[in-house]
Design a protein around this ligand. Structure first.
Ligand SMILES: Nc1nc2c(ncn2[C@@H]2O[C@H](COP(=O)(O)OP(=O)(O)O)[C@@H](O)[C@H]2O)c(=O)[nH]1
Ligand SMILES: [Mg+2]
Length: 217
């Protein structure tokens, strides 16, 4: 039996605490939303198969979440190492989280692969559609974030982990960008640690076990 995906891409999710990083990952992998997640539980890892139909490719996303360490800014090189994609998340109702995205991007640029595909994600759009007290006013206009993303060479999308809007799309856009880099030879299939070409394996379980063996980058 051959593997049911063509590539494995490693993704990291960064941004301020409480912007919804864990919620985005849970939405992607479990299609659900927790209004009051236990912050101590966090989420560290999630994996999901996505299809890019126009490329005829199935991608296995392996996503690493900062799981609480963001408050200590103690994220190590090993977290960034080997990532092919990054979701840089802020909260559209928090100007501070958008301002801080600059620092997170600086961290990514310092520690991660220079070719990594990064998408800026403005999360919690559902809150601005709701009247008070359930909702919260938007503090970051779409155009402003879009402009900054363009200046920095980032992809950009607004999303809601609560409604699920654009969550999968965010990962898809980044995955498309990575595929494009592979095609152009920027990412080398098997030598870039964040990108792995699938090998025929007896079953998916054995590849799951391989995920801890990215030691040689
Ligand atoms: N309304 C709304 N709340 C969200 C959304 N995403 C996350 N939250 C809430 O924001 C809080 C922080 O989310 P969490 O995923 O733990 O953020 P993290 O610290 O970045 O991982 C939680 O109470 C979530 O329920 C969203 O898209 N809309
Ligand atoms: Mg979290």
């Amino acid at each position: 039996m051959s593997a049911s995906w063509n590539y494995v891409f490693k993704f990291i999710i960064t941004g301020d605490a409480a912007v919804g990083k864990s919620s985005i990952l849970i939405r992607l992998t479990d299609q659900r939303f927790l209004a009051n997640p236990d912050p101590t539980l966090g989420v560290e890892f999630g994996s999901k198969l996505i299809e890019i139909p126009e490329e005829g490719k199935v991608i296995k996303l392996q996503c690493w979440d900062t799981a609480g360490t963001e408050s200590f800014r103690s994220i190590t090189r090993s977290y960034y190492r080997g990532a092919a994609g990054c979701l840089l998340v802020y909260d559209v109702t928090s100007r501070r989280s958008f301002t801080n995205a600059r620092t997170w991007l600086a961290d990514v640029r310092e520690h991660a692969d220079p070719h990594l595909s990064c998408i800026l994600v403005g999360n919690k759009t559902d809150l601005c559609d709701e009247p008070a007290p359930a909702g919260r006013p938007r503090e970051v206009p779409t155009e402003e974030a879009e402009l900054w993303a363009k200046e920095e060479g980032l992809l950009f999308v607004e999303a809601s982990a609560k409604s699920g809007q654009n969550v999968e799309l965010a990962f898809e856009q980044a995955a498309r960008d990575i595929l494009d880099k592979i095609r152009r030879g920027v990412f080398d299939d098997d030598r870039s640690p964040g990108v792995k070409l699938s090998k025929p394996v007896p079953n998916s379980l054995s590849l799951e076990h391989k995920r801890s063996t990215t030691c040689c980058s």
